[in-house]
Each structure stands twice: as C-alpha cells, then as structure tokens.
Design a protein around this ligand. Structure first.
Ligand code: NAD
Ligand code: UFG
Length: 344
C-alpha cells in the first residue's frame, strides 16, 4: 500500500494509474485545493481498481498519522503542494506553509509510524539559471522565487533527515516540464483559471477557449529565439515514480541500510524544444491552427533548460520513451474530449 499525497492532481492521478497497473494498492491523501475527486473516479475507470482516498491536509500531522496507520502504507509518494511561480511571489507564506510545513508534518507522521520510504516531487527549478547545459544532478542549486525556494528547502530538509536517520530511504525526483495525458483521454491537466504553463495554454487555444498564445520573448539565444524546455510525457514521469519506488524497495530488501540514501534524479528526456516547435507540433497533432503573438519576455524566465538523464538510466533503469508528437496528441485527446476539464 502506497500513500499518495496530492494524488488527485495532475501528476499524482497519472502516477496512481501506473501504481495500480503494477499491482500496488494506493490511498490518496489530498485537500482538493487544486483538484477534483472526479479525477480519482476516472483513475478507477481506467484501471478497474479501487482508489481509496482521504480528504486531508498535509499540514495536519494527526490526520496523516491516522491515514498511515489505517492504510498500513509502507511508502509515501509526496506530490501535495502549491506550484504556481507567480502566485508564490505574491503569497510566499502560503507557499512555505503548504510546501515546507506540509512536508515537515508528513515526515514527522512517517517517523511516528515507522514508515521510512519516500519519493518526493522536486523540480528542475532548483537549478536556477543554468550555468551549464545539459543539467546534471550536481549542478549548483539556487532559487529565484518562493516556489523554487520551498523545493530547495525541502530537499535540504530531506538530506538532513536522511543523514540523521540512515534507515530513511528518500528519492528526490527533479521533474523537467511534465505535459500530455493518459491515452484514454479520461484524465489530464486541468488548470484553474488562466494556465501558467505553455502546453495547457496552447491546448486551450486549440479548443477555442482562448484566442491566441502570447509567446514570451523571441530574442533568447536559442534555435528560433523562443524559450527551450525539456518537455516530458506525464506517463513517462509516472513510470519514473514507479521505478524510484521499486529501487527504494530493492535497497531496503537487501537489508543493507548503508545504501539507503537520497537518490536524487532528474526526470527529463534530455531533448529541448522551443515554444514555436511546440506550437507547430500541437498544430500537427490537433489539426487546429494556434494563433500566437510575440510578447515581451516573462520576468524570471530562462532561455533554455534541459536534463542530462544519464543518472536516471543508471540508477533507476528508467528512460523517457515518448516524444513530442505523443505529448501533443495525448494532450489534445484529453482537451478535446474535456474542453472544460473535469467540470464537463
Ligand atoms: P497539482 O496542483 O495538479 O497537484 C497537487 C495536488 O496536491 C492537488 O491535488 C492539490 O489539491 C494537492 N494539495 C496541495 N496542497 C495540499 C496540502 N497542503 N495538503 C494536501 N493536498 C494538497 O500539481 P502537479 O502538477 O500534479 O504537481 C505535483 C507536484 O509536482 C507538486 O509538488 C509540484 O510542485 C511538483 N512539480 C510539478 C511540475 C509541473 O510542471 N506540473 C514541475 C515540477 C515539479
Ligand atoms: N511560454 C510562453 N507563453 C505562455 C506560457 C509559457 O511563451 O503562455 C513559454 C515560457 O516563456 C517558456 C516556455 O514557454 O519559455 C515554458 O514555460 P512554462 O511556464 O510551461 O514552463 P517553465 O519552464 O517556465 O516552468 C515550469 C514550471 C515550474 C518548474 C519548471 C521546471 O512552471 O514550476 O517548469 O520544472 F519549476
């Protein structure tokens, strides 16, 4: 049994599908602040398996202890948190409260219940403005906004905890840019209000919810002047979590706790695409035209960011398999079948 915090969210729901398909039982712990229980009903439809869930907040230690005890979970995947960079600048305390305090409460609950395996959602944002590309895990860490700083703080807390208690097995997964959806079109990314990220914005233009895309800057030192990112299919990302969990299990079962450590791994493809390359790929996948306008650079944006995925291949035996056409096609399948997301 795996406790999945934030399991009703975008990445969590897709990961639940892969966990259930691999034979794990899951219990989702989510306060539904940025998600809908409907996503979990759909995970049940996709997998034909039961999804247990608890409406609870990660800042509530007692609720987490009860969830861990009742479910007899042996490991936790911790997705729960707030993730909008701009909002984090306006509401820093809310980000440190949800993300940092929420993680501390979870770790306390895990310690109290003797649950010592954790997979944590970190982000490529912890590399700050890249000094060198592709990004390897030993690249210097920094943060430029409260969201990124909350991830960096949590990473440090996890490293300190693991140093203090070698029986704690932690996997820190640094995601690059997750996009796409499950092939069923039943679950996908459903941002509330104006999407912050490129692919959901493009998909809403394609489906007619928005008139045009603003391309934030075309004067970067990149292939066509627009920002380059390492987009990764959310189903590949989901499988990365499964591999991280299995790797922690394997180390644990060897009974050799010397090897228990923070397994810090990039989850990216290693391939960068520009904004205009994504727009063209989406037009091809959807058969729709995506009108766009070139606008000023978005404050805080970087020119390019892509992973060196070698460590994930070596340590987890995982590599991303799906390319940009599959990312766009699955995103379009979800968006065209659910123009208003889970509110349909
Ligand atoms: P999401 O918002 O779709 O999912 C997060 C889930 O956590 C939601 O279901 C929300 O209701 C829940 N939640 C938030 N605060 C909570 C709290 N205090 N207690 C309980 N539940 C809470 O986001 P996502 O895209 O699925 O991201 C999942 C994780 O991955 C986050 O930690 C995010 O920071 C990280 N991440 C996401 C991206 C990305 O681009 N999507 C990139 C890098 C890292
Ligand atoms: N972009 C546009 N127009 C838009 C939205 C985005 O041109 O409407 C451009 C951006 O300028 C950037 C690229 O598309 O060049 C990707 O932007 P996203 O906002 O989709 O992604 P970011 O790489 O900026 O940030 C995302 C998450 C962060 C996370 C980071 C690394 O929002 O939280 O990926 O994982 F830290």
């Amino acid at each position: 049994m795996i406790l999945v915090t934030g399991g009703a969210g975008y990445i969590g729901s897709h990961t639940c599908v892969e966990l259930l398909n691999a034979g794990w039982e899951v219990v989702v712990f989510d306060n539904f602040s940025n998600s809908n229980p409907e996503a979990l009903a759909r995970v049940e439809r996709i997998t034909g398996r039961k999804v247990n869930w608890i409406a609870g907040d990660c800042r509530d230690r007692a609720a987490l202890v009860a969830a861990l005890q009742q479910s007899k979970a042996e490991a936790v995947i911790h997705f729960a948190g707030l993730k909008a960079v701009g909002e984090s600048v306006e509401k820093p305390l809310s980000y440190y409260d949800n993300n940092v305090i929420g993680t501390i409460r979870l770790l306390e609950a895990m310690q109290a219940c003797g649950v010592k395996k954790l997979v944590f959602s970190s982000s490529a944002t912890v590399y700050g403005d890249p000094v060198k590309l592709p990004l390897t895990e030993d690249h210097p860490l920094s943060a430029t906004n409260p969201y990124g700083r909350s991830k960096l703080m949590i990473e440090e807390i996890l490293r300190d905890l693991q140093r203090s208690d070698s029986s704690f097995g932690v996997s820190i997964l640094r995601y690059f840019n997750p996009v796409g959806a499950h092939t069923s079109g039943l679950i996908g990314e459903d941002p509330q209000g104006m999407p912050n990220n490129l692919m959901p914005f493009v998909s809403q233009v394609a489906v007619g919810r928005r008139e045009f895309l603003n391309v934030w800057g075309n004067d970067y030192p990149t292939i066509d002047g627009t920002g380059v990112r390492d987009y990764i299919h959310v189903m590949d990302l989901a499988l990365g979590h499964l591999k991280a969990l299995e790797t922690l299990e394997a180390i644990y079962n060897q009974q050799d706790r010397r090897f228990f450590q923070c397994l810090t791994v990039n989850l990216g493809t290693g391939q960068g695409y520009s904004v205009l390359e994504v727009v063209r790929a989406y037009e091809q996948a959807s058969g729709k035209s995506i009108p766009y306008r070139i606008a000023a650079r978005r404050p805080g944006d970087i020119a390019a960011c892509f992973a060196d995925p070698t460590r994930a291949i070596e340590l987890l035996g995982w590599r991303a398999k799906l390319g940009l056409p599959e990312m766009c096609a699955s995103s379009w399948h979800w968006q065209s079948a659910n123009p208003k997301g889970y509110q349909n």
